[in-house]
Design a protein around this ligand. Sequence first.
Ligand SMILES: [Zn+2]
Length: 108
Amino acid sequence: MADKPSKNEEEYFAKRDADLLRQQRASAHQAAAEAERRSHRMKCPKCGYDLITGAWHGIQLDQCTHCHGLWLDAAEAERLVAHPEPGFIARVFQTVLRGVGGEKGLDP
Ligand SMILES: [Zn+2]
């Protein structure tokens, strides 16, 4: 009986070590990617300042506190475009540009 591992055993352990290393790297990469995404959540993609959410005429928009850029989710864009009132998009953006913020800025 030989004490040293057979070629098959060496290959088995080498493959197992390589698989473990690959899994650890993938896990570390995934964690880093998630941390990166978290650090950008509700931050302006243009200047990096905080975004605040407000609703204008029932349409929810995210606005940058620094450059005042506006961002909206796809569902809000669909609601804006599909709204039956003529000129609704212009009315929403005119209200936003006048600086009427949040739910309190809704029409009477
Ligand atoms: Zn900005």
